[in-house]
Write a protein that binds this ligand. Structure first.
Ligand code: NDP
Ligand code: GDR
Length: 322
């Protein structure tokens, strides 16, 4: 019998890579999808016929209970969230409802309809926020710096709490930034690689950016979804940090991306205070040695390879249009 997985956030970057991975492994994949006026299926267009979609929303408890009953999953991956940090200051209540309370809604639906299913929560390095220690690991205290980070801390602890209270197989993956050609256009990596491609092809002149000094530990999303799956295949549910162990400034990202296209970043980048955040996470650098040792997880794509892969993909996309 094929294993059954339910993925929330199936249309997002990670949802698409995870669905591909699970389909390859022979899973029957259900995807929870929000009703939108125009379907946003870009990331999963190529596999949409292999996925069974269920309409629902993290903020609608009844729809989640229905989704669990309909899919009868062995594994539930909760990837859905309001995931853009900058928006979380503009829509803090919605962010709390989806990114924090939404996790309880999924856990409660599971408890009611399929408590023995295994549960993965998409926790984030944004929970570490202000630097308390580096590298950041599972035991590092949280000090979130945005409404998004605060909501993720809630989602993390409610997952731990349901594991401890109800003996559920519930894991929290504390994932550091991970990117790909399928990354949403507003996140910094994709914003830069999309702009580089457009500048190279002569359809954009400048790139307006915020804080170039922030440091991030950036990996490839395709590598990170493998860790999500591994976390649900263990004897015991535990939480794991997933990261590369390398940190780079936003400026280094910009330099590599422009250089790869034969451009000088200083000719095009303009600092615009509109993109500077009310509070910043200055430095993220993760220690994933627990995941490497216990899960056998390993990284395949390095930082420079990731950036050039994204620039190449955006160049291909823009060449088709120009
Ligand atoms: P995306 O923003 O690409 O995808 C988010 C998904 O959540 C989309 O499918 C979106 O649907 C869905 N969604 C949003 N709100 C709701 C809701 N109320 N009900 C149902 N679905 C909803 O995120 P990523 O794929 O990059 O990230 C996946 C998860 O991992 C997120 O929880 C994110 O916070 C977390 N995370 C991501 C990291 C990263 O670097 N990528 C690092 C650490 C954690 P729609 O298409 O309709 O908008
Ligand atoms: P982040 O990702 O906030 O780390 O959250 P993002 O790519 O948005 O920002 C990374 C860093 O770049 C700086 N920055 C800019 N960011 C954006 N988006 N646009 C700009 O113009 C810009 N200029 C500078 C930011 O200030 C920041 O320091 C991501 C999301 O995927 C979360 O959901 C996830 O939990 C964390 O990664 C880990």
């Amino acid at each position: 019998m094929a294993k059954v997985a339910l993925i929330t956030g199936i249309t997002g970057q990670d949802g698409s890579y995870l669905a591909e991975l699970l389909l390859e492994k022979g899973y029957k994949v259900f995807g929870l999808r929000r009703r939108t006026s125009t379907p946003m299926m870009g990331n999963i267009e190529h596999i949409k016929h292999e996925i069974e979609f269920i309409e629902g929303d993290l903020q609608d408890q009844g729809s989640l209970i229905q989704a669990i009953k309909k899919s009868n999953p062995d594994e539930v991956y909760n990837l859905a969230a309001q995931s853009f940090v900058a928006t979380s200051w503009e829509q803090p209540v919605l962010t709390g409802q989806a990114t924090a309370i939404g996790v309880t809604n999924v856990l409660e639906a599971l408890r009611a309809a399929k408590p023995e299913a295994r549960f993965y929560q998409a926790s984030s390095s944004e929970m570490f926020g202000k630097v308390v220690e580096t590298p950041q690991r599972e035991s590092t205290p949280f000090y979130p710096r945005s409404p998004y980070g605060v909501a993720k801390v809630y989602g993390h602890w409610i997952t731990v709490n349901y594991r401890e209270s109800f003996d559920m197989y519930a894991c929290s993956g504390i994932l550091f930034n991970h990117e790909s050609p399928r990354r949403g256009i507003e996140f910094v990596t994709r914003k830069v690689t999309d702009a580089v491609a457009k500048i190279k092809m002569g359809v954009q002149r400048e790139l307006r950016m915020g804080n170039l000094d922030a440091k991030r530990d950036w990996g490839f999303a395709g590598d990170y979804v493998k860790a999500m799956w591994l976390m649900l295949q263990q004897d015991q549910p535990e939480d794991y940090v997933i990261s590369t162990g390398e940190t780079h400034t936003v400026q280094e990202l910009v330099e590599i991306a422009f250089r790869h296209a034969g451009l000088n970043w200083e000719d095009h980048v303009v600092i615009d205070p509109r993109f500077v955040r009310p509070a910043e996470v200055d430095l993220l650098l993760g220690d994933s040695s627990k995941a490497q040792q216990k899960l056998g997880w390993k990284l395949e794509v390095g930082f420079e390879e990731l950036v050039t892969m994204m620039v190449e993909s955006d160049l291909q996309k823009i060449k088709v249009l120009v």
